[in-house]
Design a binder for this molecule. Structure first.
Ligand SMILES: Cc1ncc(COP(=O)(O)O)c(C=O)c1O
Length: 409
């Protein structure tokens, strides 16, 4: 509409109206984040399965096992009770207390439950952490290769993800030296660390993590520690950043160790000073975390025996792959300390990991994720294998890949 002299409103001409209509349908620039390429591999795998082909799934990072039976029973009991209402914004108090107790049991840390915030998976925790810690334009360092949503969430929130290339020499971990070099080039306001890491499965020992946190905080760089793969550590026990600094923000989840991906429940350990902001944000963004999932999550802590058995099955899978893959010719990968991933260099076979993954799916029936999902710079030379499936699948995958690559040589 345009206003004529005298205040009268008249319709715009057709061209202006067309332009206005286009504007109405246009997504915002900040929402223009890249998709997860692994989803394309999943879709291609599903297509093959629909045609009757057998596919071994090593592309998606989720456990094949169900949630602990204690969790399922608690959810059933809550459902039988009837009403599922909202909960306190920061989470059910008994769940927050149970999570705090987990820190005493696992890391010998006396954690005040007031610092625990229940979140919608760790994904929800990242949005809350980034919003409460950073202003638009703030620069946040991330290890490259790394979990893609860190950079995509930051971009959507108007922050600048700063990728720092890591190498096999530092076991794919950010070093204090590389962090400070980037900070000197242009100041950083934050850094995300992850140990065990996705996609590499490597870990930082407590000293390395402690040094990195101390160096960052001395420069005013806020530390967010993604501890979603804690509990799935095979080489040595992972240390929590909460034990190393009260100012760091810890993000964790029931998705991986507790096999509860679809329940969408996680938690954050925040510094005291941040809890109220996080509460206000979560109250406005989500009111509270799904209630049924919170009841289940609390009971999941009583199912540790089951989860330890699942963990041992991953250890066996890890052995099958680390011994088997080198025999197929895929022999360049670091020792796999934790999580359920193996990040292999496939440069001797291909310069295009997406094409390699597609061919491996179509010709060998094994789905894995191309490294370009995790590393826009060098990922063309890497493939991530997830070994959260069954041992029989792992053996068959090794055999299929071996036969397939033998034909290529
Ligand atoms: C490193 C890492 N962080 C966070 C997540 C998000 O998990 P969720 O939102 O299910 O807790 C994932 C999922 O794969 C991950 O690999």
């Amino acid at each position: 509409m345009r206003q004529e002299r005298g205040g009268e409103l008249r319709p715009n001409g057709p061209e202006t109206m067309l332009e206005a209509a286009k504007q109405l349908l246009k997504p915002s620039k900040r929402s223009d984040v890249p998709p997860f390429i692994v989803m394309d591999v999943m879709a291609a795998a599903a297509q093959r399965e629909a045609l009757g082909a057998r596919v071994i799934h090593m592309e998606v990072g989720q456990p094949a096992a169900p949630a602990p039976s204690t969790a399922i029973k608690a959810a059933q009991a809550a459902l039988a009770h009837g009403r599922i209402g909202y909960t306190e914004t920061l989470g059910i108090p008994s769940l927050r207390a149970r999570i705090a107790r987990h820190y005493k049991d696992t890391y010998d840390l006396a954690l005040d439950p007031v610092r625990v915030v229940v979140t919608t998976g760790s994904s929800g925790g990242f949005v809350l952490a980034f919003l409460s810690l950073f202003e638009p334009g703030d620069r946040v360092a991330l290890a490259n290769p790394g979990y893609p949503p860190y950079r995509h969430i930051l971009s959507a929130l108007g922050c600048e993800p700063v990728l720092i290339q890591t190498t096999e020499e530092t076991r794919w971990a950010l070093s204090a030296k590389s962090l400070i070099a980037e900070h000197r080039r242009k100041p950083l306001q934050g850094v995300v660390v992850a140990s065990p890491a996705n996609p590499t499965g490597t870990m930082m020992d407590a000293d390395t993590l402690s040094r990195l946190i101390a160096v960052a905080e001395a420069e005013g760089i806020r530390v967010i520690s993604d501890e979603i793969y804690h509990g799935l550590d095979y080489a040595f026990a992972a240390e929590t950043a909460a034990n190393l600094s009260e100012r760091s923000v810890v993000i964790n989840s029931f998705s991986k160790y507790f096999c509860m991906t679809g329940w969408r429940v996680g938690w954050m350990v925040a510094p005291d000073s941040l809890v109220r902001s996080v509460e206000r944000l979560q109250g406005n963004l989500a009111i509270s975390v799904p209630t049924l999932a919170q009841f289940a999550a609390q009971a999941a802590f009583d199912g540790r025996e089951e989860m330890e058995a699942v963990k041992h099955s991953y250890e066996e899978n890890r052995r099958i792959l680390t011994e088997g893959l080198p025999k197929t010719g895929i022999d360049k990968f670091l020792p796999v300390d934790g999580a359920f991933y193996l990040y292999a260099n496939i440069a001797r076979f291909s310069d295009d990991s997406l094409d390699f993954a597609k061919r491996m799916l179509n010709e060998a029936g094994v789905a894995a994720t191309p490294g370009i999902d995790f590393d826009p710079i060098d990922g063309k030379h890497f493939l991530r294998f997830c070994y959260a499936g069954s041992a029989a699948d792992m053996r068959e995958a090794v055999e299929r890949i071996g036969n397939w690559l033998a034909h290529k040589r």
